[in-house]
Each structure stands twice: as structure tokens, then as C-alpha cells.
Design a protein around this ligand. Structure first.
Ligand SMILES: [Zn+2]
Ligand SMILES: [Zn+2]
Length: 370
């Protein structure tokens, strides 16, 4: 673990006490932002939260989300709005568009309207972080990521102020761990690796996984010129290192990774760190990656095995890009279930499979009782 600067006074005291706990920047509490918002923006916030987290889970006047539910709402690729222990945050921040328009039924304005306290970034590529600047400037959320992720968010926001919380840098060694708090949630971030092709694994051989292209999302949802331009302008965005997060509240742990690198070949120490984390209840993880034409879903499976969650939720398998780069997520269901057969039954998680576009912004699909 690596010490860092404080999020709360309690965390500061803990840090000063030499626990080595790394903690994040101050973020406004949900109640404060609700109280200071104009009636119009508060109504928009309540509306957005009711849509993303379910009407029965959100207070109709304050927008507070009930604490005995953990609710995730998928808005494409690896981006999720999360309500946990009353705290609202985002995991990644991109509404997929450009190759199509309107396939994911929301936009950055509505996502900013959720008034998340923080945006946790897994890495900086456009399919994860292209909407960080408009969302962060729209709601004041703290951007959490490596120094490079934070610099990129600020650069894209131009002169506008974006609050950031840096967790190391692209050069931090894989396996470096950071602890911090966001609102009512404790969090651990682990530096890991972006997906990449590696040599064929002779001991754990796989057939190439190349799902067939499916142009239906593009044909049925043709892109607008402004969406094409917006996404094109983010194509050069840098990775800036990869972070995996585990979020904690009493009685529940959620793990999320937006890329899955060839850890076994290049950074086995990260697998050790993941095995050393307390077991997760739910793991939301990418399954698409650059190694799948060589080693199938081996790398995502290694993350799944190491994190030991009861429930696994796949992401990044949906049709977020042009045909040939992505396809409808349904094509991944059989390969994923087959891959998980390689995990002994008693340790194999249940799969809560997400289908695009039906499961976008469908909170009932990812609501967990605590
Ligand atoms: Zn990437
Ligand atoms: Zn990606």
C-alpha cells in the first residue's frame, strides 16, 4: 500500500497514524449537493436517479438512494452508475456512440444529472473515459485515476476546473495498491495491466475467440455527424495505466475491472494481490480483450478466479464500436459460460449475463440486497 492524501478527517488521522492507508480527496456529500442544488437541477437529479436506480429506491424529494440496496445501472461498454450505501458514483464515463447514435438510451448530461460524488476510471482510452470532462464539469464529481487519467480529464475540460484524486501514475508497478474513501464507501484500487496479446498458452490452450460481426445496431441506429466527430476526437486518448477497484460497505463488496491483461505471463504478482483482497460479493469485469484471438477468455477468467466473487457480471462485450471491433454481446454468452467451466464448480461464480441493448439502464437487473 502507498500512503496518499486525505478524504476525511478520520481517514487523515488513520493515515497520520501510519497505517499506510491511501485516501482520496474531499467530495461533497449527497445530502449537501441535494440541499444546495436549485429546485430545477434537484428535480433533474431525482428524475435521473429514479431512472438509473429504480423509482422505489430513490427518495422522491431529496434523491437519496436507499442504503440497503446496491444498485448498478449499465450505460455501455464498462460504464456503470453505482448507488452503494447511499453514495452515488460512476465507474468509467462514456456513453457509447459515434458508430451508432441512440443505441445506449442516455447522454452525458443525464449521467451528470445523477450528481455522482466521484468518477472512478479504470483507464483512459476513449471507450472508457471520453465523457469524463463533460460529466465532471456538469456535476462537480471528483475524477479518480492515475495522474495521467486526471491530466487528460483536465486537458479535455479546457479551462474548467475538474477536481481530481491521483492514484499513482502510469509508471507505478503492477500490483501497487491504494486505499481511499468516497462518501460512505471504502475503496481499494490495484494497478494492473491492459489487455494484450500474449503467446499461446500451451498448458491452458484455447481456440481463437472471434465472434461474428453484427451490423444491426449500426443499421438500426445510424450515427449523427456530431456523435461521429465527438468519438473521433477521442480516438487518440491514452491508456494512462490500468486500475481495478474493490468497493466496500458493511455486508457487501463489489469488484470492477475495465480491462483484463495477461497477468499470468506478465505480472503474476497482481494475481497474488487480487487473491489477497477480501472476497467480493459481485465482480463486474470486462471479458473482451486483445488476447482473445490467441488465448480466448483465459485472462478474464484469471481475474474472476482471483477475485472469488459469488456473482460475475460481464461487460465490454456489447456493441460499443464498429462491426469487426465489437458485436452484439449475446455472442459472448456461450464462450463465457464455457470458459467458467474451467473453474472448479465449488468456486465457480454465478453469471448475471448482460445483453445489449435490453440491459442498458435496467437497474432491476443489477440490484442487490444488503
Ligand atoms: Zn483500452
Ligand atoms: Zn476498452
Amino acid at each position: 500500500m502507498k500512503p496518499d492524501s486525505p478524504l476525511t478527517r478520520r481517514a487523515l488521522v488513520r493515515g497520520l497514524a501510519g497505517t499506510g492507508v491511501a485516501v482520496a480527496a474531499t467530495v461533497p456529500s449527497l445530502d449537501t449537493s441535494a440541499a444546495t442544488a436549485s429546485p430545477t437541477s434537484r428535480r433533474a437529479m431525482v428524475r435521473a436517479r429514479q431512472r438509473f436506480f429504480g423509482k422505489s429506491n430513490v427518495h422522491p424529494r431529496t434523491g437519496a438512494v436507499r442504503r440497503d440496496r446496491v444498485v448498478l445501472s449499465w450505460f455501455g461498454c464498462t460504464s456503470f452508475a453505482v448507488a452503494m450505501n447511499g453514495t452515488v458514483l460512476l465507474l468509467d464515463a462514456w456513453v457509447p456512440r459515434g458508430q451508432h447514435s441512440g443505441y445506449v438510451p442516455t447522454d452525458p448530461d443525464e449521467v451528470a444529472g445523477l450528481a455522482p460524488e466521484a468518477i472512478l476510471l479504470g483507464h483512459g482510452h476513449f471507450d472508457h473515459a471520453a465523457d469524463v470532462a463533460p460529466i465532471a464539469t456538469g456535476c462537480g464529481a471528483v475524477v479518480v485515476g492515475t495522474a495521467e487519467h486526471c491530466a487528460q480529464a483536465r486537458e479535455h475540460a479546457g479551462e474548467e476546473h475538474v477536481r481530481v484524486r491521483r492514484l499513482g501514475s502510469v509508471d507505478s508497478p503492477p500490483g501497487t495498491t491504494y486505499r481511499f474513501r468516497v462518501g460512505n464507501i471504502g475503496a481499494t484500487a490495484v494497478k494492473h495491466l491492459h489487455s494484450a496479446a500474449s503467446a499461446p498458452d500451451a498448458e491452458d490452450p484455447h481456440a481463437p475467440l472471434v465472434p461474428p460481426p453484427d451490423p444491426s445496431s449500426v443499421v438500426e441506429n445510424p450515427p449523427t455527424p456530431s456523435d461521429v466527430l465527438d468519438t473521433a476526437s477521442h480516438l487518440p486518448d491514452e491508456e494512462g495505466g490500468c486500475l481495478l477497484y474493490q468497493l466496500r460497505m458493511p455486508g457487501f463488496r463489489l469488484a470492477w475491472n475495465n480491462s483484463a491483461g495477461p497477468l499470468e505471463d506478465e505480472a503474476p504478482e497482481v494475481l497474488e494481490v487480487l487473491r489477497g483482497l477480501p472476497r467480493s460479493d459481485v465482480h463486474v469485469g470486462t471479458i473482451q480483450g486483445f488476447n482473445q484471438p490467441v488465448n480466448g477468455l483465459r485472462d478474464p477468467r484469471m481475474y474472476i478466479e482471483a477475485l472469488r466473487a459469488s456473482v460475475f457480471v460481464p461487460c465490454h462485450h456489447d456493441d460499443w464500436a464498429v462491426p469487426g471491433v465489437s458485436t452484439n454481446g449475446a455472442h459472448y454468452e456461450k464462450p463465457l459460460r464455457a470458459e467458467l467451466q474451467r473453474i472448479p464448480k465449488r468456486r465457480r461464480p454465478q453469471v448475471r449475463f448482460l445483453t445489449d441493448p435490453a440491459d442498458y439502464i435496467r437497474p432491476g437487473r443489477l440490484t442487490f440486497h444488503v
